[in-house]
Design a binder for this molecule. Structure first.
Ligand SMILES: NC(=O)c1ccc[n+]([C@@H]2O[C@H](COP(=O)([O-])OP(=O)(O)OC[C@H]3O[C@@H](n4cnc5c(N)ncnc54)[C@H](OP(=O)(O)O)[C@@H]3O)[C@@H](O)[C@H]2O)c1
Length: 247
């Protein structure tokens, strides 16, 4: 289209948490396919190495970082490694997440603590620590949120509380860093065909039919299109739900 100056992701440095599985894995693969140098973050090195090798011709552009995001010491070590290896961060995608389902009456507070640590505290700490590098290159930050981050139904109080808080973090951060040229995007996603959603179906006693759900690749493609927008515009919030209403 004449006059449309989209941003290229070639040679950009992208950090993706949750890159070992599901949505984060699809995002990492598509970023690599766009020529980005992708830093894959997850707990299991073997899985990360497999994902990195599956990025095909772009395999040499994928780097693996082991970190349990529940542990602050791991986050600090991750930040130090990223600073040493990359220097700059153009794109930071927070996709790692964990869920515990059940009624407030019965679900242990330890489950809330774990979800709080992975779903909110880790994105906060990682963003805070990498912000100087992101600001320096007028980078972009994406938070993989959930429809539960906007609307909490029964048996999802703990997870939804962490995702509501993640929305607040993203909205507030956007106000703070837009002036530095940094874009902040939240994606509010419905049921997507991943291991996490298979677990949710099991909890609900529902038949899991992946083909009726959003595909991780759909989420990745939508995110990439937002990341590539011309610098004159910012997408702040994206809502994605399954097309099939059976899901
Ligand atoms: N699937 C859905 O229907 C859906 C809907 C709305 C929002 N979301 C959100 O989408 C994001 C991705 O989830 P997914 O559906 O792709 O699920 P998934 O396939 O189960 O992937 C979850 C990812 O989070 C990582 N993770 C979990 N705990 C971690 C920890 N303590 N330290 C480091 N990494 C950790 C996992 O890494 P390991 O390999 O190390 O376990 C994995 O890469 C999450 O934020 C989730 O809340 C999902």
């Amino acid at each position: 289209m004449e006059g449309l100056v989209t941003q290229s992701l070639a040679n950009r440095i992208a950090v993706v948490t949750g890159a070992s599985s599901g949505i984060g894995c699809a995002i990492a693969r598509q970023l690599a396919a766009c020529g980005a140098r992708v830093c894959l973050v997850g707990r299991k090195v073997e899985t990360l190495l497999r994902v990195a090798s599956e990025t095909g011709h772009a395999a040499s552009l994928a780097f693996c970082y082991q970190a349990d995001l529940e542990r602050e010491v791991d986050i600090r070590a991750l930040v130090a490694s990223l600073r040493e290896d990359c220097g700059r961060v153009d794109v930071l995608v927070h996709s790692a997440g964990t869920i515990s389902l059940g009624p407030v009456e019965g679900l242990p507070v330890e489950d809330l603590d774990r979800q709080f640590a992975v779903n909110l505290r880790a994105p906060y700490l990682l963003t805070q620590a990498l912000l100087p590098q992101i600001k320096a290159c007028r980078g972009q930050i994406a938070f993989i949120n959930s429809s539960a981050g906007l609307n909490a139904k029964g048996s999802i109080a703990q997870y939804a509380a962490t995702k509501h808080a993640l929305k607040a973090l993203a909205d507030s951060l956007r106000e703070e860093v837009n002036g530095d040229g940094v874009r902040v995007l939240s994606l509010y996603i419905g049921r997507t065909a991943t291991k996490m959603q298979a677990d949710v179906h099991r909890f609900e006693g529902r038949e899991y039919r992946a083909e009726l759900l959003i595909q991780p690749e759909d989420v990745a493609a939508i995110l990439i299109s937002a990341l590539c927008l011309p610098r004159t515009a910012e997408v702040t919030d994206i809502h994605i739900r399954p097309m099939s209403k059976v899901a």
